[in-house]
Design a protein around this ligand. Sequence first.
Ligand code: HEC
Length: 139
Amino acid sequence: MRGVSLLIGGLVLTFLMTLTIAVGAQSPAAGPDPKKVKNPVAASAASVTAGAAAYKKYCAFCHGPAAAGEGPLAPKDSHPPNLTDAKWDHGGTDGEIFALIQNGAGGTSVMKGFKGKMPDTDMWNVVNFLRSLGAKKTS
Ligand code: HEC
């Protein structure tokens, strides 16, 4: 009897440990809530200028040279949105815009993530650049 309960105890312990590892492994992948992520790059003139350069290189052909939407080379029927207004389909805090640039809009969207294609600092610079054009924050 004693052997059996020890065995069961061992199994329960193993199960609990596996569960802890599984849950622990999951949280970093989920990452912090983008809404709560603060912009680590001050909106200095240098940051806005760097953001404008990155925008021109990577984003303008789709979102338009003035970021008003519908750039000249946007894929047919993709309708890249205006990035200077107060309408944000994917959230309008600095952290949410950053996360969208990093990960893309998901699914079959032509808006792909730029993770690994440009440094994180440049993504924040682009956020600062869009704000300088009048892009409104939403919470
Ligand atoms: C190939 C075309 C294309 C390129 C290149 C592109 N985008 Fe997009 N972008 C889109 C489209 C289309 C959407 C709409 C996606 C959706 O809502 O499903 C979008 C959506 C977005 C959104 C979300 C807007 C909202 O209303 O929430 C942001 C922010 C954004 N893009 C920023 C950028 C930035 C910054 C770059 C350059 C680093 C960039 N995009 C490059 C096509 C593009």
